[in-house]
Design a protein around this ligand. Structure first.
Ligand SMILES: C[S@@+](CC[C@H](N)C(=O)[O-])C[C@H]1O[C@@H](n2cnc3c(N)ncnc32)[C@H](O)[C@@H]1O
Ligand code: SF4
Length: 367
């Protein structure tokens, strides 16, 4: 009999947004018919779960109680009470210690919705703050005000929540005080921060106001230093956590573990023994496109993902020729890009601003 692999992580992509931010490239629909769109989306999820059963069984996987669940988007909080009702009807169970995250956008949530999700086991929230300055929120084309953000953060005080924040955002006369904004944000006691460097959608109309790469890299390193001094662990290129609050869901992606997905454009990854494949849900129907990965592709992805985290790396872990690896990391160390820890090496934030060139450095010595 063939052995089965358990799937214990799930991502659900909720595609609604009440306003389509002009820089954003994620799949989303304008939320203009709330109850009809919620209902249509719930039906899509129910149908896609049925299709998902065959994807799992054909590929030697089966559901087990979820250890991580992430509802993202778009704006997951707009699925609201209807979403919690639909999720409860799916028959998926959450393990006792499941890390279950809901993305909540300022100004796009209801108290009833938060409570309904909490009853189902949501115990972590991710808030799209992006900036803590009204002028820069408006330059960024966000629909919410700073007051909306403050109301939500007050509501979440004491909970386990993360905030998303954008660096390299458009600014006039280079007058954004990112550290000042983060100081204010920290007064609400987030346990986790995700800081992304803006990669605007094609044709972005404020491209000329985006700081150049050198300025953004300096801002990134300054922010990293600031947050580390405040006790946050910079544990992945874009992620900072207080000790013990690292995102377990995201760690599964970075460790190339299976993470299932549902929802239009949601991408799932299933690994079994030495093989892996990725599937992406079509926006128009609950059907998937499947991409089977070669062992070379799996190795390259793992290399890239492992260099993105602060977990120690070794030649063995990266499947790289050991002596050549040693020579290259010693050169990196001399440039202040990594440091020795135990039997391996830890990448430093200085390496993460030039990550692509470092990955290229290792291509030719992969086994
Ligand atoms: C897909 S969004 C969903 C969250 C929520 N809708 C929001 O915008 O606040 C997840 C996060 O990705 C980041 N993001 C969105 N568009 C981005 C872009 N073009 N470049 C870099 N980060 C981006 C934002 O920080 C956002 O909070
Ligand atoms: S950034 Fe977030 S709120 Fe804005 S359009 Fe994209 S997914 Fe929607």
């Amino acid at each position: 009999m063939l052995s089965m692999s358990s799937v214990t992580s799930l991502y659900i992509h909720v595609p609604f947004c009440r306003h389509l931010c002009n820089y954003c490239d994620f799949y989303k629909q304008k939320f203009e018919r709330p109850s009809a769109q919620r209902e249509e989306f719930s039906q899509y999820i129910v149908s896609s779960l049925k299709r998902h059963e065959s994807i799992l069984s054909e590929n030697h996987h089966s559901w087990a109680p979820l250890e991580t669940l992430y509802l993202g988007g778009g704006t997951a909080s707009l699925w609201d009470v209807e979403g919690a009702r639909c999720f409860a009807s799916l028959g998926l169970t959450l393990a006792e210690n499941c890390e279950a995250t809901l993305e909540v956008d300022p100004g796009a949530w209801t108290e009833q919705g938060l409570q309904a999700w909490q009853k189902l086991g949501i115990n972590r929230y991710s808030v799209g703050t992006q900036s803590f300055d009204p002028h820069h929120l408006s330059l960024l084309d966000r629909a919410h005000s700073l007051d909306d953000t403050k109301v939500l953060l007050e509501r979440l005080k004491g909970e386990n929540f993360s905030v998303d924040f954008l660096l390299g955002a458009p600014e006039k006369n280079q007058n954004r005080d990112v550290i000042g904004e983060l100081e204010l944000l920290l007064s609400y006691a987030p346990k986790h921060l995700s800081l992304y460097i803006l990669q605007p959608a094609a044709g972005y109309k404020l491209k000329s106001l985006i700081p150049d790469d050198e300025i953004t890299s300096r801002e990134y390193l300054r922010v990293s230093e600031f947050l580390r001094a405040r006790g946050f662990h910079h544990y992945e290129v874009s992620n900072f956590a207080l000790p013990g609050y690292e995102s377990r869901h995201n760690q599964r992606y970075w460790e190339s573990k299976s993470v299932a997905a549902l929802g239009p454009t949601g991408v799932g990854y299933l690994e079994h023994k030495q093989s892996a494949f990725r599937y992406k849900w079509k926006p128009s129907s609950p059907e998937v496109e499947i991409e089977v990965l070669s062992s070379r592709e799996i190795g390259l992805e793992q290399l890239y993902l492992r260099l993105r985290t602060s977990q120690p790396i070794t030649a063995q872990r990266l499947s790289i020729e050991p002596e050549a690896f040693q020579r290259r990391v010693e050169k990196w160390q001399a440039r202040g890009l990594c440091e020795p820890v135990g039997l391996g090496w830890r990448m430093k934030p200085e390496a993460w601003v030039i990550l692509d060139s470092l990955v290229e450095d290792l291509f030719d010595i992969m086994i």
